[in-house]
Design a protein around this ligand. Structure first.
Ligand code: NA7
Length: 538
């Protein structure tokens, strides 16, 4: 295909500027190159992998099984790559994503250590001007934001934060050389997935570990192990079929999801089902019954089961009670662990509840809560992310008439299908808010978005069109639909990052779309109807 629209100035030109070299950006680059388009990735980090490049904390692992958490666009790739464990570690995922970058010769079109500072739409030219932190500027007809859902870290603004004299780390920006906690007094703030994965390992090294818990989390054992060669062979014998079957599942993952109600089976049967899933381990626990995320009473049966498990693992009943969550199971993302609750049986591990008495300040010596100071050599902030919109909103994105994305999304993100937002023609988001994204296996969702966007760009370019932009009625209807669906579930019922509730001042809006697999069908129908809900202009 020829270079698409005419250039507006004497800036270097691209057909497509891609922001981010995680799984989304890399596949986007590969697809666009196959179409003969000039595309380039701008990546803030020094390597590929996105969230897997940054999150190098001890114990970092994916909570989706490795045979599913990988690309499927190339059968050769999925046949040749060998995963070693049921749940891949961060280093193994990073090796995989580097292998992909090499195998498809992607690096030559990636600018590393290059943070995009702004993307401004030139209405007269119908093009985006992308500017980097180093002042480099490029003009592109399309801009694809592959900025990731969990890539902008959340560091709470505790009074005295910078006064701490010891070493300070955030799980989402972990030093590449690793950290040795041997003999150290360590404080960990937060008890989400990152803390739950790292605490058992830090506890083995540290002299003393204190965990500051605002909200107790539910976590299911991973029962991680090496993958049995026979299992790998069976999947690889029909990898395509395996993938297709999983795409028909809720969340796009093989959770052996049941449609049965937790309230319509006998107590014994329900208990057997939970026990079986607890023994198998992992997020599939939530697939035990079809109404766990829709009916409070049903959900309470799962909550009660996990609380009894905690009580059976943690020897000190008072500590077990503190570790027992009270909120809806699954409403904050369920965690998957290796020995988390048992770690609190160690004599060198303590828990400080900061739910009712919040952290008062960070002091030069450590952490102050309720007038008491806890002294540390190292502080680990496992305080999560400004999820789904954080990385995008850090960029000064300006659409028609100078409208900024920050202005447009001041009361929460508004998109059509999580792919586009009105006022920002030719700008796409991969797994953007309003798409299933984090409520699915991210890899197939990324691939579905990349393929949809590539087809769309090809459609626009091959017809000599200049722009594609979501229409206001389509966006309004989609936002209403996303909220309507969320409100029929238990998801809005707790302070999760899905809602932006973990970041002070962030608008409380349920961001992911609960509707996989029908979402894919909807995207396909939109295309079949000539990009219904989008305005195409020449
Ligand atoms: P999460 O799941 O957002 O966890 C962050 C934790 O930090 C959570 O326990 C928070 O408590 C806690 N937190 C945040 N701010 C504070 C303040 N101000 N004081 C005390 N505690 C605080 O992030 P993760 O990195 O663990 O995991 C993110 C996702 O990555 C995970 O869901 C998986 O998909 C992979 P809160 O619960 O808000 O009370």
């Amino acid at each position: 295909m020829p270079a698409m629209s005419e250039q507006s100035s004497d800036l270097p030109t691209l057909d497509v500027a891609i922001v981010g070299a995680g799984f989304g950006g890399l596949y986007m680059l590969h697809k666009l190159r196959q179409l003969g388009l000039r595309a380039r990735i701008f990546e803030a980090g020094g390597g590929v992998g996105g969230t897997w490049y940054w999150n190098r904390y001890p114990g970092a692992r994916c909570d989706v099984v490795s045979m599913e958490y990988s690309y499927q666009f190339s059968d050769e790739l999925q046949q040749e790559w060998e995963w070693s464990e049921r749940y891949a570690t961060q280093p193994e995922i990073l090796r995989y994503v580097n292998h992909v970058a090499d195998r498809f010769d992607l690096r030559k079109d990636i600018e590393f250590n290059t943070r995009v500072s702004s993307a401004v739409f030139d209405e007269a030219a119908g093009r985006w001007t992308v500017t980097t932190g180093q002042g480099q500027r490029v003009s592109a007809q399309f801009c694809v934001m592959a900025t990731g859902c969990l890539s902008s870290t959340n560091l709470p603004d505790f009074p005295g934060l910078d006064s701490f004299r010891g070493e300070r780390y955030h799980t989402g920006q972990w030093p590449h050389e690793g950290v040795d906690f041997t003999g150290k007094r360590v404080g960990v703030i937060g008890t989400g997935s990152s803390a739950i994965q790292s605490v058992p390992i830090i506890a083995q090294q540290a002299a003393q570990l204190t965990v500051f818990q605002r909200t107790a989390s539910y976590t299911i054992p991973a029962h991680n192990s090496a993958i049995a060669p026979a299992e790998v062979q069976a999947i690889k014998a029909d990898y395509r079929g395996f993938r297709e079957r999983n795409k028909q599942q809720p969340f796009g993952v093989d959770f052996r999801s049941s449609k049965a109600s937790a309230l319509e089976v006998s107590v014994e049967e329900r208990e057997r089902e939970y026990e079986d899933r607890w023994q198998r381990g992992g997020l599939a626990f939530l697939g035990a019954f079809g109404d766990l995320l829709f009916n409070r009473e049903a959900n309470a049966t799962a909550a009660d089961f996990i609380r009894r498990k905690i009580a059976s693992i943690v020897r000190d009943p008072a500590l077990a009670a503190k570790l027992a969550p009270t909120q809806i199971v699954g409403c904050k993302r369920l965690c998957v662990d290796t020995g988390y609750y048992d770690t609190f049986n160690r004599p060198n591990v303590a828990l400080v509840d900061v739910g009712e008495t919040p952290i008062e300040a960070i002091t030069p010596a450590g952490v102050k809560v309720g007038g008491q100071e806890y002294a540390f050599d190292c502080l680990v902030f496992a305080t999560g992310f400004d999820a789904m919109t954080g990385a995008l909103l850090k960029i000064d994105v300006r659409g028609r008439a100078g409208l900024t994305l920050q202005q447009k999304w001041a009361e929460g993100p508004r998109t059509y299908l999580g792919l586009q937002t009105v006022g920002f023609p030719n700008l796409f988001t991969i797994t953007g808010p309003g798409s299933p994204s984090v409520l699915t296996n991210m890899l197939p969702s990324i691939e579905q978005h990349v393929e949809w966007i590539a087809d769309c760009i090809h459609y626009v370019g091959s017809r000599g069109l200049r722009t594609i932009e979501a229409t206001q009625p389509a966006e309004d209807a989609w936002v209403e639909h996303v909220n309507g669906v969320a409100n029929q579930t238990l998801y809005p019922g707790c302070n999760s990052w899905y809602l932006g509730a973990n970041v002070p001042g962030k608008p409380r809006v349920f961001m992911p779309y609960i509707g996989f697999p029908p979402y894919v069908q909807k995207c396909n129908e939109v295309v079949a109807k000539g990009y219904e809900g989008f305005r195409l202009a020449s």
